[in-house]
Write a protein that binds this ligand. Structure first.
Ligand code: HEC
Length: 150
């Protein structure tokens, strides 16, 4: 229970930090490091199984998938040198657009994080679970942005 509470506090503070960072448009280095580190650890736990520990697409499940996971370190390269934050956010969230129908191999993480937040936090009514989902997805986006090859 204590561990769950600590975890909740961590998640809440990350989403608060990210929300502040997004609203001011400026991120302090420390906040950035923290968010990227959180994204990295989350990536290792839930994404590396397909995308590989370094995101290049060589996870143990990769060869069982119909569609191979793309190399996540070359997203900017595939996109004229720009990292498409919103597209990547939506690719991970998966609840909007074409992917919402769930026909692809990439899981719909937005649903997963939404259920995870409501089951684990058992928070009072005034907690906005969507903010927590948003914070967790953004941490992953920032981590993936941090591993782009020039
Ligand atoms: C079951 C295997 C699997 C897991 C687990 C998985 N992915 Fe994916 N992912 C894929 C596949 C396959 C694709 C390519 C097909 C697609 O776009 O739907 C993909 C596509 C993506 C893309 C789009 C890349 C691009 O160039 O457009 C991103 C970003 C991504 N995954 C991030 C993640 C993150 C972050 C996690 C963990 C929270 C994760 N994935 C977990 C299989 C997986």
């Amino acid at each position: 229970m204590l561990i769950k509470n600590l975890r909740s506090i961590l998640i809440l503070s990350i989403s608060a930090a990210v929300a502040v960072a997004v609203s001011t448009g400026v991120r302090a280095d420390e906040e950035e490091d923290f968010t990227v580190a959180f994204g990295k650890s989350e990536f290792g736990k839930r994404c590396a199984v397909c995308h590989g520990p370094d995101g290049v697409g060589d996870g143990p499940l990769a060869e069982l998938l119909l569609q191979p996971p793309p190399d996540l370190t070359k997203i900017s390269q595939r996109n004229d040198g720009k990292f498409p934050v919103l597209d990547i956010y939506q690719a991970i969230d998966g609840r909007r657009g074409l992917r919402a129908h769930g026909t692809m191999d990439m899981p719909i993480w937005g649903n997963y994080y939404r259920v995870d937040a409501s089951e684990k936090l058992r928070a009072p009514h005034d907690v906005n679970y969507e903010e927590i989902v948003h914070g967790r997805i953004l941490a992953l986006v920032y981590y993936i942005q941090s591993i782009q090859e020039e």
